[in-house]
Design a protein around this ligand. Structure first.
Ligand code: ASP
Length: 616
């Protein structure tokens, strides 16, 4: 791990520096005892710091005082050792260490701090440790090589992001944490105000409004490594607080933002993981519709095939009632072929059916082709062999393949297959894990219908602008944007929204924004915000747009996800120094913790009794 030497009053080299050419030179090192071997007259210490490991040898014959101290030293003690760099004996070198040909012959040792026996082994990168113990003793976990290296890589990623943006004229600007709610579709964390009892700040779900206001101020190109907070349920790629590369640009359309992000992402990837091959440059661009119909996902992983195919026409004439009624009611029938899985057992297929159900489908239809041209499957008897073969061929199958078919509502059918596609590729290791594959998905629907509140809701960002050719669709059948219905033209409008995905994970998303008060207010109305509500929630940005706002757009990319993907981790906890558990706890600092009565008093707050919390 590269860590340049910077001599201090405690040491003159790091534990990775000593080489053959230093033999005979005096040196002082400081670090942790990674391992100690006591051979009687000789004691060996592997001394470790962030940079590496140097072997220290203490010979009772040369340095009896140091030898006595070395006898009392244990793993993880912090020590300072002085002596002379020496060549290791013939055949005793360690080619795994940069310092492996030499050792430090110690004449003095000073114990800087003793250590209890740690709750898990620090010096074995492979050691399996319970995650809650790792989180409680995070400072020790961070001493272990794999996590330490990932955190260093993360620093390199942020550095590369900064370098690339500065070189392109972006200004780094910090925005406040105590703000007013900015909706990103999650719950806010709120902070009660002591000076204004009864009022709260919201912690930013993103700096969205502020970065747009910076464009109104004329900053032209802004970026920030921004901390964002969203009070939502956690999973592997989510934490309550996370870090985004947040950026905004003026005088741009969607292609300009995508072009910058692509150039930047390539430069950053090259700087951080030059060894990983990139699948496609320029990054492929799919419309949302294409992504759904071909991959069953709005964040497609294109490192492997198994593309979906529309079987609608055949299904409608297949004689299979389920297919026909789905098609009649406006649903879709899609299928894909999994290469070489035609010999799957009944049990394996049942498992896939279960998965399809969990993903939201009513069921799963399968067809298995053998190597001799035969076909078996759940519907072969009903539709006949000829139709079964036709369906399989339409799904892209060859001999020996397994075909999976779902008939359901539009989008659901494709997404269920998308889930199965990913699952099969994972299980059967159908791709090279080292490959990085960035893709764009754009032209998302502006709104989705909110059944509960009878209104339209932004599919992504409420500030996103509509595609120019769809502007006329921003209407309701009633003529009043506040009186909406599920079949309004607005439901067909597409946004100037683009998402970037990496290896099947959503890495980021952004859009070109409305930059006139009139259009933004109109879109807010469609989302059910009355004029008064708009005034209360968004008066700042609406008013700002009356003072000359440039056309602008931006994006935010998840830094935690990005570095997790670059270091091949499936949980972002593995790339965060101090993450929280899935229930949002910090096990090391014991947060959240009960609030003190005097804090509540000062804030003018009272707690409601929490019967469920007491039961726990
Ligand atoms: N504010 C959006 C988000 O945090 C990103 C953007 O549209 O720039 O996801």
């Amino acid at each position: 791990m590269y860590c340049p030497v910077r001599p201090t009053s405690f040491r003159d080299l790091t534990c990775a520096d000593a080489r053959l050419e230093d033999v005979g030179k005096p040196a002082t090192l400081a670090g942790w005892v990674n391992r100690r071997r006591d051979l009687g007259q000789l004691i060996f210490l592997d001394l470790r710091d962030r940079a590496g490991i140097t072997q220290v040898v203490i010979d009772n014959a040369d340095a009896p005082k140091a030898h006595t101290i070395a006898e009392s030293v244990r793993s993880e003690f912090v020590v300072r050792v002085s002596g002379t760099i020496d060549k290791r004996l013939e055949g005793m070198g360690n080619d795994k260490l940069d310092t492996g040909e030499v050792e430090l012959r110690a004449t003095e040792i000073e114990i800087l701090s003793a250590a209890k026996t740690p709750p898990f082994v620090i010096n074995d990168p492979e050691a399996e440790v319970d995650e809650s113990i790792r989180l409680k003793y995070r400072y020790l976990d961070l001493r272990r090589e794999p996590l330490q290296q990932r955190i260093v890589k993360r620093g390199q990623l942020v550095q590369a992001i900064r370098d690339t943006h500065h070189a392109a004229g972006f200004v780094e600007i910090e925005t406040p944490l105590l703000i007013k709610s900015t909706p990103e579709g999650a719950r806010d964390f709120v902070v009660p105000s002591r000076l204004q009892p009864g009022s709260v700040y919201a912690l930013p779900q993103s700096p969205q409004q502020m970065k747009q206001l910076l464009m109104v101020s004329g900053f032209d190109r802004y970026y920030q490594i921004a901390r964002c907070l969203r009070d939502e349920d956690l999973r592997g790629d989510r934490q309550p607080e996370f870090t985004q590369l947040d950026l905004e640009m003026s005088f741009v359309d969607d292609t300009d933002v995508m072009a910058w992000v692509e150039e930047m992402a390539l430069a950053v990837t090259q700087a951080v993981t030059p060894e990983r091959p990139l699948l496609n440059t320029p990054f492929p661009r799919f419309t949302y519709r294409e992504a759904i119909d071909r991959y069953g996902s709005d964040k497609p992983d294109v490192r492997y095939g198994m593309e979906l195919h529309d079987l609608g026409e055949l299904a409608a004439a297949s004689g299979f009632r389920v297919f026909e009624s789905v098609i009649d009611s406006g649903g879709r029938v899609f299928g894909f072929a999994a290469p070489g899985l035609g010999s799957s057992t009944r049990k394996q297929v049942d498992e896939l059916t279960e998965l399809a159900r969990k993903a939201g489908a009513g069921g799963l239809v399968w067809l298995a082709l053998d190597d001799e041209g035969g076909i078996r499957g759940s519907i072969v008897k009903i539709v006949g062999e000829e139709m079964a073969h036709k369906l399989a061929a339409q799904a892209g199958a060859a001999r020996g393949d397994l075909v999976l078919i779902v008939a359901d509502r539009d989008i659901t059918a494709q997404e269920v297959l998308g889930t199965l596609r990913v699952e099969l590729a994972e299980r059967n290791q159908m791709y090279d894990r080292s490959i990085l594959s960035y893709v764009w998905v754009h032209q998302f629907p502006m709104y989705h219908w909110d059944e509960d509140n009878s209104r339209w809701d932004a599919t992504h960002n409420p500030f996103s602008a509509v595609m120019p050719e769809d502007q006329k669709l921003l209407t309701t059948n009633s003529g009043d944007p506040l009186v909406a219905s599920a079949d309004d033209p607005a439901g067909h409008a597409r946004a100037q929204q683009y998402d970037i995905a990496l290896n099947g994970w959503e890495l980021g998303g952004g859009s070109v924004r409305f930059h006139t008060r009139e259009m933004l207010a109109k879109s807010f109305s469609l989302m059910g915000h009355s004029a008064e509500a708009q005034e209360e929630q968004f008066s700042g940005i609406l008013e700002a747009f009356e003072y000359g706002a440039p056309p602008h757009g931006g994006i935010a990319l998840g830094v935690d996800r990005w570095i997790a993907l670059l270091t091949d981790q499936s949980n972002i906890r593995e790339v965060m120094a101090f993450p929280k558990t899935s229930s949002g706890s910090d096990l090391m600092l014991d947060a959240p913790s009960p609030v003190h009565a005097d804090q509540l008093d000062e804030l003018g707050l009272m707690l409601k009794p929490q019967p469920r919390a007491q039961e726990r």
